[in-house]
Design a binder for this molecule. Structure first.
Ligand code: ZN
Length: 390
């Protein structure tokens, strides 16, 4: 097996800056992080003088099937998106996103893409896919085919995803904005139903991600013990982030549920706006959750109108400002912590011997300036060089 050694680096390994300047890669793996002089023996040396190495980024919430150029939600699964999905995946990985969790499509096209990327046939991030989200009758994103009127029907939808080889289950625990007639404030399933689905998913070894805007849905998801709460918008009668409830937040903490707030580049609009009462409420809710000890994972909901799949690197700057996270905390939310949240921390999310060689090399210092993330020098995904500036 031919070895490659990247030398002349400053290395942030997903947790801290380490006393080392080189990374040795063999096949798909990092085999050593250490001193360039000794690591480079019997390998191809690639000099990266002045670059900072960080783990490849993880976007915990994307939809490869959705075309961000479309102005509104689709009415059905658009299987003509197939070639564009391949292109989206390639663009993502070239921008440094080496893992992405796909939280919903209608035709399992993203699973086929996942398998081709894993086989080395196509460039792209490691994909973790949910297939069709389970939703209520005419509920949020019902057009993807996951409608269920009761627990029995929901179990049939779940089994269909298992049969297609999904990596996790997605449930729409509340309504959403993308689907006419669905109410973000209302829970779509009872605690009993969602708990039964979490248990059923667990029996297949699968975690559950729950879409939750309203406080009602957040409470149901927390009680049911899902793995991640998507959005977590605390929507109440007075609107977005108007109904934060401390006892429910404590439940999220106690159950070790991760929050994936899907703060993307589009939120820059709120930062720019003069009148930002909604933003103030959102910030307060985030600060309270973070102070309590709830852990956030970076995510963008890429694919929704105007939010492109490769934009996590620029979204992280917005996320940091809105959630009041330091640059390092933000980077952890998109690397080591994200890997833990997704249950893949033995594979990726850190620059350590034994992990896959998912590496982002940057000019500048992302630990003090997140805008460095938008100008990669090179990107390595599972030991393959997928982008190189020089
Ligand atoms: Zn989504």
């Amino acid at each position: 097996m031919s070895a490659i050694t990247l030398t002349g680096l400053t290395i942030w390994n997903g947790h801290e800056i380490v006393d080392a300047d080189a990374i040795r890669i063999e096949g798909e793996h990092i085999v050593a992080v250490g001193d360039g002089e000794s690591l480079q023996k019997n390998s191809t040396r690639i000099s990266c003088d002045g670059a900072t190495a960080i783990p490849g980024l993880i976007d915990a919430h994307v939809h490869l099937e959705l075309n961000p150029e479309h102005k509104k939600a689709p009415e059905r699964t658009d299987t003509s998106q197939d070639p564009q999905m391949t292109e989206r995946a390639a663009t993502m990985v070239r921008h440094g996103i080496t893992t992405a969790r796909d939280l919903g499509g209608g035709a399992w096209l993203e699973l086929k893409l996942r398998d081709r990327i894993n086989a080395g046939e196509l460039p792209g991030p490691r994909l973790i896919c949910s297939g069709q989200p389970i939703t209520s009758t005419r509920g949020h994103c019902h057009f993807w085919g996951g409608e269920a009127a009761n627990l029995n029907e929901a179990k049939i939808v779940l089994q269909r995803q298992v049969d297609h080889g999904v990596d996790l289950i997605k449930v729409m625990a509340s309504g959403g904005r993308m689907t006419a007639g669905s109410d973000p404030r209302k829970a779509q399933f009872s605690v009993e139903t969602l708990s039964a689905l979490v248990a059923e998913a667990k029996s297949h070894g699968l975690p559950v991600a729950a879409h939750c805007h309203g406080t009602e849905g957040i409470e149901v998801a927390a009680l049911a013990g899902v793995s991640t709460i998507e959005h977590c918008s605390w929507v109440g009668k007075e609107g977005w982030a108007s109904d934060y409830q401390a006892p429910i937040a404590e439940l999220i903490l106690d159950k070790g549920i991760w929050v994936s707030p899907t703060v993307n580049k589009g939120w820059q609009r709120m930062l720019d706006s003069e009148n930002s009462s909604v933003l103030d409420r959102i910030r307060k809710a985030y600060v309270k959750m973070l102070e309590l000890g709830i852990q956030f994972v970076a995510s963008t909901d890429a694919g929704i109108p105007g939010i492109f799949h490769h934009e996590l690197p620029s979204a992280l700057n917005v996320f940091s400002q809105i959630a009041g996270l330091s640059a390092i905390e933000t980077l952890r939310s998109a690397t080591s912590n994200a890997a833990r949240a997704l249950g893949i921390d033995k594979q990726t999310g850190a620059l350590l011997a034994g992990r896959r060689a998912d590496i982002l090399l940057l000019d500048g210092n992302p630990l003090t300036d997140l805008s460095a993330l938008t100008s990669p020098v090179s990107v390595w995904a599972r030991g393959r060089n997928v982008f190189s500036l020089r």
